[in-house]
Design a protein around this ligand. Structure first.
Ligand code: IVH
Length: 674
């Protein structure tokens, strides 16, 4: 094989596995195998730079920054939709369009789709290759954001994506979709921004828009954006299916991410029922929606109905009741984070929004408060989206009566009273006292949390209690807790004390990676901890590493390196490390398991579903396979165990129905060692 052929082969494979992972959520190779393919490709391309093309998966990391976005004309207008707000409006729409149908009463079927509150994108493929991505703009002309869209892992660089597909790549294909910021990533992302001193995004939509409008696509590449595609705009040399439902199926077949929540509705009653269903489940989805789109399934018929202004008659957006209410801002409470960040939160006059009573709302930071001129006593507009914490959109200035009070930046920590500091160039304000009891409580809560040492029996209330009673002064002190000390605490009976101690004891077996994560060093979460220890082998080697050595590790930037060095240079932290070592925690990466232990899962077949707290699904798969087990994609009678994490869906239901044993991550660990 020539290098050119091999490169082409590798690209196909890497793209296919990205698709299995990011679109189908069903990887068929381990992370390590994927990395190997990717590395081989990157190495070959480095040797033959003339063979690098923009569709190569190596180019997803971002490209040279732009000075400005170019304008692009769309091949057909990118239209919008008229709105309906309830079932009556829906029926009125059906009656209205009757006048334009061959028979006003004719039976129609429909497709309903989530109306994603993201950013419309228009994607162009030539001979199967992704060549251009644009924003909607004014519907006729948008902006060229190809470089940024290329970084989205779920966006196919080449279609059909399945190397075995018998679909021919069309000469020109233009599709439309919506790019968005998944909700489960949003709060964590914003928090990290704030901790890094950057302004938080107001909501997931702004975060998506802000990410796609970066002139430097490297920044976009670091954001967890994704998209769903829902329509064909143009297909040269091919026939777009007549039915919307078939269009969605074909898009999926080509390799585009298509919402799994789209529904076929045989009649209007089914649409109305779907609407009620969506309102119920909208807060459980991992993306923000502001309604659902109802489309007549027969698209040529729908198109023949014409337009009202720019809105086609053949489809309608059914908006949901806005999850926005006005209420009074009673007070602003300042909470102290693990890193000392002083975060303002609004205390509200309780208000019901979308079936939930809201009492608190994020105010992000003090710059934001000043910019919006939010005052205590103001009537404010509060919005709820998904399960993320509600936020304050802004004040209703006209309702002020003069008694409102301006919100001042804190000059002292509200808990320990130490002076607050605002580092140069950051929007965040910090409590600078590492002994601050609230910071300590947060650090302990993080130390024992699922992402870190995973001590189930250790709640955040327990942390507060232990600190209050002076039983712990730092995270390491939890390993010196005595049974009789615990029994003196309010609410602690023997069983509770023993559970807590057993949990603490068991945590000593956690791998070094978790110990490092649990230290709570800024920017060193589970993934970074893994990278560091893979490279250095242990926490002591990390403590001894210099700036250059750290930055040479892939995935470690200068800021992370500085934080690591500063953390280890601190004497108090050194003392904590000594105590943790004395307690018997793992400081070095364990050697691979011996062969004798390796086959504990021989003959067992696993299916993995949901989000696991401590490992990615690929890691779980690799772990199972390393112990002789097999991992398959779907639950059947032959499945031995379902490994289920959070947000497990239909696979869990099916496993339950078939009576297949269900284990969580801890259960899997038990199986490995039994
Ligand atoms: S169809 C003429 N389908 O909602 C066809 N739109 O006003 C119009 N949107 O600007 C679009 N999800 O950005 C359609 N599944 C979906 C959608 C969707 C979100 C957005 C789109 C459009 C607005 C409709």
């Amino acid at each position: 094989m020539t290098p050119e052929e091999r490169i082409s082969e590798l690209r196909k494979q890497v793209n296919y596995h990205l698709y299995r992972y990011h679109v189908l959520d069903a990887p068929v190779i381990s992370d390590a195998e994927y990395d190997e393919l990717f590395r081989e490709l990157a190495a070959l391309e480095a040797e033959h730079p003339e063979l690098v093309t923009p569709d190569s998966p190596t180019q997803r990391a971002g490209a040279e920054p732009l000075d400005a976005f170019e304008k692009v004309a769309h091949p057909a207008p990118i239209l919008s939709l008229a709105n309906a707000f309830n079932a009556d409006d829906l029926r009125a729409w059906r009656t209205r369009i009757g006048r334009y149908l061959p028979d006003p009463e004719m039976a129609l079927d429909y497709v309903v789709e989530p109306k994603l509150d993201g950013l419309t994108v228009v994607l162009t493929y030539q001979n199967g290759l992704f060549v251009q991505g644009a924003t909607r703009g004014n519907g006729e002309v948008g902006e060229d954001i190809t470089q940024n869209l290329r970084t989205i892992r779920s966006l196919p660089q080449r279609i059909p994506i399945d190397p075995n597909s018998d679909l021919a790549p069309p000469p020109v294909l233009v599709v439309r979709g919506e790019a968005f910021f998944p909700l489960d990533k949003f709060e964590q992302f914003n928090l990290a921004r704030m901790e890094a001193g950057e302004a938080a995004y107001m909501n997931p939509r702004n975060a998506a828009a802000g990410s796609l409008r970066q002139l430097d696509s490297m920044i976009t590449a670091a954001r967890p954006l994704t998209l769903y595609v829902y329509d064909f705009i143009f297909w040269e040399g091919g026939e777009i299916p007549a039915k919307q439902w078939d269009r969605l199926a074909l898009l999926r077949q080509l390799g585009f991410p298509v919402s799994p929540d789209n529904q076929y509705c045989p009649d209007l009653d089914a649409v109305a029922a779907a609407y009620d269903g969506w309102i119920e489940k909208r807060n459980q989805l991992n993306y923000e929606i502001d309604g659902m789109v109802v489309k007549i399934n027969d698209r040529p018929l729908a198109d023949s109905l014409g337009f009202v202004g720019k809105d086609p008659r053949g489809a309608i957006a059914m908006k949901f009741p806005a999850q926005e209410r006005t209420t009074k801002l009673l007070d602003v409470q300042v909470s102290v984070g693990r890193t000392g960040i002083l975060a303002p939160a609004g205390v509200l006059e309780p208000v019901e929004i979308g079936g939930v009573t809201v009492r608190n709302a994020t105010l992000h930071n003090y710059d934001e408060i000043a910019r919006k001129d939010i005052r205590i006593g103001d009537t404010v507009i509060v919005k709820r989206a998904g399960d993320v914490i509600p936020y304050i959109i802004g004040p209703v200035v006209d309702l002020r009566d003069g008694s409102e009070r301006v919100i001042e930046k804190p000059t002292h920590c509200p808990v320990c009273g130490e002076t607050a500091v605002q580092p140069e160039g950051e929007v965040a304000i910090y409590c600078d006292n590492p002994a601050c009891p609230e910071q300590l409580a947060r650090r302990v809560a993080y130390f024992v949390s699922r992402e870190a040492m995973d001590i189930d029996s250790f709640g955040s209330q327990t942390a507060v209690l232990l600190i209050e009673k002076g039983l712990i002064h730092d995270i390491a002190d939890i390993y010196t807790l005595q049974r009789d000390q615990l029994l003196e605490l309010e609410g602690f009976k023997e069983k509770k004390a023993d559970n807590l101690l057993a949990g603490i004891e068991a945590s000593k077996a956690q791998p070094a990676e978790r110990v490092l994560t649990a230290l709570g060093i800024r920017y060193v979460g589970g993934v970074v901890a893994g990278l560091l220890l893979d490279a250095l082998g242990g926490i002591d080697a990390l403590a001894a590493a210099g700036q250059d050595e750290l930055e040479a590790i892939e995935g470690i930037g200068p800021e992370t390196a500085v934080n690591i060095i500063t953390w280890f240079a601190n004497e108090k932290n050194q003392a904590i490390l000594q105590k943790l070592r004395a307690a018997g925690l793992n400081f070095t990466v364990e050697k691979p398991e011996s062969n004798e232990k390796a086959n504990t899962l021989d003959g067992l077949t696993f299916v993995i579903t949901g989000t696991l707290p401590g490992m990615s699904r690929n890691e779980a798969k690799a772990l199972i396979e390393a112990h002789g087990g097999k991992v398959t994609g779907s639950v059947s009678k032959k499945t031995s165990y379902l490994l289920a994490g959070e947000k497990a869906g239909s696979k869990l239901t099916k496993a339950k129905a078939l009576g297949i044993p269900i284990v969580d991550e801890n259960g899997l660990r038990l199986l490995l060692t039994s």
